[in-house]
Design a protein. Structure first.
Length: 154
């Protein structure tokens, strides 16, 4: 019995060690890093067992365009407080993308926000009128034609 139990225990310990290594590697190594700017659409703390902050920003390229959505997760309570404080403003989120995370206990998305700041938007420029106002045309005085002498000899 001991001959069968020892390889089984070693196999299970090795499997557990590989799983731990996989989780550590997927959370510490980032696939990509970047920034996204937009307006926070929703931000809430979710989960049955593992509570994580999950959010979404609407990224608008120009007024009237359909916004793209960017879904993200936040693991740091201080960053979550920053995002909550910036509600209603245009924000820039700094994020890291972590691929192949084995469970949703660390976050529902693969994009983890690690910083947020407000964007200082310049005041909207005054909209010029469609056409300049009409002006009266300048009046040019009529100049009399020069008098021509009558033909000679008649």
């Amino acid at each position: 019995m001991t001959r069968l139990l020892r390889p089984l225990v070693l196999f299970l310990v090795g499997l557990l060690l590989l799983a731990f290594l996989w989780v550590w590697l997927s959370l510490s190594w980032s696939y990509s890093e970047g920034e996204r700017a937009g307006y926070v659409q929703k931000f809430s703390r979710k989960g049955w067992l593992c509570k994580t902050w999950e959010g979404e920003i609407a990224m608008v390229t120009m007024p009237g365009a359909i916004p793209d959505r960017f879904e993200f997760s936040v693991r740091d309570e201080a960053v979550a407080a920053q995002i909550n404080a910036l509600a209603g403003k245009r924000v820039v989120l700094t994020y890291q993308q972590h691929k192949f995370i084995p469970t949703h206990c660390f976050g529902e998305t693969e994009y983890f926000v690690n910083g947020a700041r407000a964007v200082d938007e310049p005041a909207a420029p005054a909209v010029p009128p469609v056409a300049p106002p009409l002006q009266a045309a300048p009046v040019i005085p009529a100049v009399p034609a020069p008098a021509t002498p009558p033909p000679a000899g008649r």
